[in-house]
Structures are given as C-alpha cells and as structure tokens.
Write a protein that binds this ligand. Structure first.
Ligand code: NAP
Length: 306
C-alpha cells in the first residue's frame, strides 16, 4: 500500500513531491507521457520568483526533480490509465499493474491542442509541431509560422526568430490575447509579421510529404491565400489530461477537474492541482503553489485516516 501516488512531473506534481517527500511519505511519482510537463518544452522562464535573470524551463524542472529525490520521492516512467475507489483506499492501474494507495495527487497537467485540419496527424514531424523549443532549430533560414495569439504563440514566435528567416504569427482576430509585455515584444520584433484575422484552413505539403505552405482564410473578407512556410508551429492552448478520471471525478464541461475546499476532489483521498484543475491562471508559479497545497491537504487527510 502506497501512502501517496502523484501523477505528473510538471511544476505542480514536482512541488507536491518535494512537500510529500519532506513529510516522509516517500511518494511514488508517475512521470506520465509528457515528463516534465509544459515547462520542459519552454524556453526562458522570466517570471518564476527567485531567478532575476530567468531560468530555462527544463533546468527549472530538473532542479525540482532532484530536490524531490533528495528527500526520498521515487520516480517511475509510467502512466496511470485507470483509477477506482476500493473501500477506504484507492486503486490505480499503472501500465499493466494495479497499485493500492491511500492518497492520489493528480497533477497530470494539460496537453497541446491542435487545429483539427485534414492530415494533421500525418504531418506532425514533417513540418507541423506544437513545440518550438523541440523543433525550432531544424528550421534555419527558412520561413515558418506560429498559429495563435496568446503568450505561448508570442513566446514561440520570438524564440523562432533565432533560427528562421521570417516568422509569421497567424491570429484569428485583430488583437493579441497575450500579456502586454509579450505582445509588445512580439510586435516590435522586425523578424515577426502578424497576419491578423487569419484562419488556417488547410496544410499543403510537397511531393515528399513535408510542409510547403498553409492556406488561410481572412475572417473579414473571406479571401483565401497561401502562405509559403517550411513549418507550422501550433500554439493555440491546451486540453486538461483527465481521460482516466472521466465519470469518476467531477469536472467542468472542458474536462478540468473541479476542486472544493482547497485541492480536494469529490472523492476523499484524491487531490487535484496545477493545470489539470486550473483554467484561469495556468502559470508555473500558481501550479507550484497548488502542488504544495495538494501535498499539505493529502498530508492532513493521512493524519486523519491513519
Ligand atoms: P491561450 O492564452 O488560451 O491562447 C490561445 C490562443 O490561441 C488564443 O489567441 C486563441 O485565439 C487562439 N486559438 C485557440 N483556438 C484556436 C483555433 N482553433 N484556431 C486558431 N486560433 C485559436 O493559451 P496559451 O497561449 O497557451 O497560454 C495559456 C496560459 O499560459 C495563459 O494563462 C498564459 O498567460 C500562460 N503562459 C504564460 C507564459 C509566460 O508568462 N511566460 C508563457 C506561455 C503561456 P483567441 O484569442 O481568439 O481566443
């Protein structure tokens, strides 16, 4: 019987792991299908307190992980696929085996959304991606585009100017959703051109199946145009990773887990933290704060249910 299983190794899961490990629970932490969460695919994090010069997302994650390991957290490259209440405890299916646990902290985060256009799946890896940090360096001195108008899209567009000859930012409206500092930085970057009121309608590939261009429709005039790019970076937000919990835990219409009384879910002993339950703030620091709260809530729960 485990005392605590933590699902996810983004900012919230790792902070929960640090707190739970320091409380001597030796939590079992499941890395899931995107180890390190969204920070592991981001560039410089400038707004995490304590790093006046900023810190690379992957470095921040590695620091948190080694901090948790130092206090006894155990990490496994495994994914939770099912979960059930079993009397006074919980059972989770991890890869092919069932594990009993007294508490479960869900910090499974959120995954990138895609546009839903034809042939999207087959083009991923052939000039279509959702991760500028992973794939940006492959597109040196060629034009690329980023789809989206939020902080992620702006951040990716700025990052890609290090490699690409030109970066088009394709946004479906006439103003950016991104925070002012990020929007200003993007609009001032001479290598970025924003294509306003532009909706992607089709990916166009060359004879070798690599991205050649993207077809856009102007939302005001209806006019269709083709933009020659070697890679399309999609940055239009995320979907919470809650499939294994459907029908068991309360969630909103978009699948975000609902919390009550702190990080408690509707099943006792199960706690939710970070982007899997937060559709409002979704920052590294708020995710970390929630991970701390979830570990403390779980610790209190364990002290009342020895
Ligand atoms: P977001 O804020 O939800 O923005 C998504 C963008 O994609 C919006 O501009 C949206 O357009 C557009 N979009 C959504 N669906 C679309 C579709 N089907 N077709 C075309 N465009 C579509 O997501 P995000 O940029 O990933 O940011 C998420 C959260 O993380 C935010 O709270 C953000 O502040 C935070 N974040 C912070 C930083 C930082 O502080 N350094 C960096 C990255 C992210 P509309 O504007 O028309 O809705």
């Amino acid at each position: 019987m485990e005392k605590m299983i933590i699902v996810g190794t983004g900012c919230s899961g790792l902070t929960a792991a640090i707190y739970a490990a320091r409380a001597n629970f030796a939590p079992l932490v499941l890395e899931g299908h995107e180890p390190g969460g969204q920070l592991s695919t981001t560039t410089l994090v400038e707004n995490f307190p304590g790093f006046p010069e900023g810190i690379d997302g992957p470095a921040l994650i590695m620091n948190m992980k080694s901090q948790a390991e130092r206090f006894g957290a155990r990490f496994e490259y495994a994914t939770l696929s099912e979960f059930e209440k079993a009397g006074d405890h919980l059972r989770v299916k991890v890869d092919d085996r069932w594990i009993d646990t007294q508490t479960l902290v869900i910090a499974s985060g959120a995954s990138a959304k895609w546009l839903g256009l034809a042939r999207e799946k087959e083009l991923v890896g052939h000039g279509l991606t959702s991760c500028a940090t992973c794939d940006g360096a492959f597109y040196r001195n060629v034009p690329v585009c980023v789809v989206g108008g939020g902080d992620s899209a702006c951040e990716e567009a700025n990052f890609l100017t290090r490699f690409a000859s030109k970066v088009y930012l394709i946004h479906r409206r006439d103003s950016l959703r991104a925070s002012k500092i990020m929007a200003d930085r993007t609009l001032a970057n001479p290598k970025i051109e924003v294509l306003w009121n532009s909706i992607p309608v089709e990916y166009l590939s060359d004879s070798e199946g690599e991205m050649r261009a993207i077809k856009l429709q102007n939302s005001s005039s209806g006019e269709i145009s083709e933009l020659e790019v070697k890679c399309v970076f999609v940055a239009i937000g995320h979907t919470p990773n809650t499939i294994p919990f459907r029908g068991k835990l309360d969630m909103d219409s978009d699948g975000y887990l609902l919390q009550n009384n702190g990080t408690h879910t509707n099943i006792s002993g199960v706690f939710a933290c970070g982007d899997v339950a937060d559709r409002t703030y979704r920052q590294a620091i708020t995710a970390a704060g929630q991970g701390c709260a979830a570990a403390l809530d779980a610790e209190r729960y364990l002290s009342h249910h020895p």
